[in-house]
Design a protein around this ligand. Sequence first.
Ligand SMILES: NC(=O)C1=CN([C@@H]2O[C@H](COP(=O)(O)OP(=O)(O)OC[C@H]3O[C@@H](n4cnc5c(N)ncnc54)[C@H](OP(=O)(O)O)[C@@H]3O)[C@@H](O)[C@H]2O)C=CC1
Ligand SMILES: O=C1CO[C@H](CO)[C@@H](O)[C@@H]1O
Length: 379
Amino acid sequence: MTQTQNSNRTVRWGIIGAAQIARKNWKAIRMSGNSVVAAVASRDVTRAEAFIHDCSIEVPPVVVGEDGTATLMRPEALGDYQELLDRDDIDAVYIALPTTVRKQWVIAAAKAGKHVLCEKPIAVHADDATEMIAACDEAGVTFMDGVMFDHSARLPAMKHSLADTQQFGKLRRIQSHFSFCADDSFESGNIRANADLEPHGCLGDLGWYCIRLSLWAADDRMPVAVSGRSISQYDGGSVPSEFQAELKFDDDLTAGFFCSFRCVNQQTATFSGDLGYITLDDFVLPFVDAEAKWQCHTHDLQIDNCRWNFGRHTQAQSVWEHAAGEPDSQEVQMIRSFSECVLNGSPDRRASEIAMKTQRVLDALRRSDVEDGKWTSVS
Ligand SMILES: NC(=O)C1=CN([C@@H]2O[C@H](COP(=O)(O)OP(=O)(O)OC[C@H]3O[C@@H](n4cnc5c(N)ncnc54)[C@H](OP(=O)(O)O)[C@@H]3O)[C@@H](O)[C@H]2O)C=CC1
Ligand SMILES: O=C1CO[C@H](CO)[C@@H](O)[C@@H]1O
């Protein structure tokens, strides 16, 4: 039996790094219906044990058989990442390590024949990302990054709104903003402010999503040129804590974004057409709800001599989808569809291609920043 032909139709996952975000994905794996956590590896086995203990209290690691019977399957706690990769009872790994540490383990995982779900930003440079994805291609394993909204039912539904030639018209502008306000301990204690671990700071952590949303709206086309500037920095000036960017596409389409560790929680996006515009205010982490929402606007200004009337015309749109932790939530759909690729032996080509494109845009923005925002081509 090869790693891609798992006879019991359940993918056995290994979690590498007892990271905060891995707790959310522990639950996503449990809710997916086609996956199970088989092992958790940490650099310190007591952290892997504590992780399994804490997660199990809230979300018991139960495997439900085809006949509906539930069996408790406690994952193994391991004190070494390579030990997890050496195991035969792991099909796929979730790598939630800091960006600078990831390349080594993605390549090691591919060499061990494990499929790879890799956190974002995927690499320090596009060259590293190319090597990581090439290692996965060579081993015939799936590579995907951890962008959950790619798996939300909201995106294909919103594409219909963007394609509405009567109400929306032609897409001209994409504007997004992703921020949260870090506390005083963040700069000294969080990986996101540390140049040795997360050198792209807020651009890698938050801007990654803004780039991705822009590429998605542009039907995965690449910008021809970008301009980026970090506005404030951590760690001796090298780690962006606020960043603004402009992306120019080849057909009169532009995108802009702002990301920041210094503004309140905000995740807003506006798509402007020549007839209408579309807004959403939770594009990365959906608000707690059973619906994922967006709004379509076509306001009109009527001027008649001394009377100026600006009329509001807003239509609310939504799809049924729970925000998090339910079988239809975007992160659960991410795990489910990744595991489907593993079970079917058919890697998701778009997943690795769009991750690579996102990285190339990020790289170009950083090159532009070094030259004080100079328009820079995306090589
Ligand atoms: N897709 C999404 O929605 C999200 C993605 N992320 C991404 O996931 C990554 C992890 O974020 P987060 O969970 O907040 O991070 P944490 O700091 O909670 O976890 C990082 C883990 O990496 C491991 N690690 C290995 N080497 C080091 C090192 N030298 N220093 C510190 N940690 C190390 C540690 O695991 P151990 O000690 O067990 O070995 C640690 O638990 C980030 O790159 C972030 O961008 C984060 C949140 C949401
Ligand atoms: O990917 C992510 C999603 O959102 C978080 C903030 O709200 C980020 O910090 C994180 O890394």
